[in-house]
Write a new protein. Structure first.
Length: 266
């Protein structure tokens, strides 16, 4: 855990050490039970890998590797022009069973400000598209998914801004979405763009609803992850477990972020 005021180089050294310790102490993968859901968050970097190649099929292969029940994607659309979606969602559905949460999008966009939320099983009960404040155009998708008739999960899929002030404003909007700390089971997934921990973090206000926050797992840059920009957090203690970066030869090159995964119990 970063202490308040710790420098970026010191944080990098800690991330390298912690990554090596996680690999050395890696246990067998946790088995999924009937009430366990695998969720993931992945900034696909417009399907451009660290080799600078545009390869949507490679991005889809990473998603197939993960095989999630719910996944939030960021930067899945072109940012400018017609903001075309970049993945073959029909083929992805055939290969993985994942379907996008329906939104009102302009043109050929897959998502809302590049945010796409996909799920395998269940019925979408409610969807909201939130415009987040800040200098850059940012947004969040909020969906309530009835997973099996008995379990309803609310998911907030977001991509926060590059400026700390904007992130602080956006985190407050996320809190406004939440009715109370004991509201329905809720996940916050996404690239939150905050590497700072402790008192300097723009995400500190999220402790009100999502605290104590789970360990920050480095996901950026993908070939040597040092910064925990991507997060998965829940509004109920013990609801998520085994938060890990999906670190494979393919994921290290397919985007500048590694995917982040976690198990959810409802």
């Amino acid at each position: 855990m970063q202490r308040p005021g710790r420098s970026l180089p010191a944080s990098m050294l800690l991330s390298i050490r912690d990554r090596r310790m996680r690999k050395a102490n890696a246990a067998a993968p946790e088995k999924m039970g009937a009430t366990t859901t695998l969720v993931a968050s992945y900034n696909v970097h417009k399907c451009i890998g660290i080799d600078r190649k545009f390869d949507p099929e490679r991005t889809s292969r990473v998603i197939r590797e993960i095989d999630p029940d719910v996944i939030a994607l960021q930067e899945a659309d072109n940012r400018f022009g017609d903001r075309d979606g970049l993945l073959d969602l029909s083929r992805l559905e055939l290969e993985t069973g994942l379907v996008p949460v329906p939104i009102s999008a302009n043109g050929k966009s897959h998502g809302w400000h590049g945010n796409v939320l996909l799920f395998k099983k269940g019925v979408v009960r409610d969807v909201h598209q939130i415009t987040l404040p800040g200098l850059e155009p940012r947004g969040a998708v909020v969906a309530e998914i009835d997973l099996d008739g008995n379990r309803t999960l609310r998911v907030i899929a977001a991509h926060l801004g590059l400026l700390r002030r904007s992130r602080s404003q956006q985190a407050r909007v996320v809190l406004d979405i939440m009715n109370s700390p004991d509201s329905k089971p809720t996940l916050l997934l996404g690239d939150l763009n905050e590497w700072r921990l402790g008192n300097r973090s723009a995400l500190n206000t999220l402790h009100v609803t999502f605290g104590p926050l789970p360990p920050a797992v480095p996901t950026f840059p993908s070939n040597l992850p040092l910064l925990a920009l991507d997060r998965i957090m829940a509004n109920r203690q013990g609801m998520i477990s085994a938060v890990e970066a999906h670190d494979t030869p393919l994921s290290r090159v397919a985007s500048d972020h590694l995917p982040l995964t976690a198990f959810v119990r409802l």
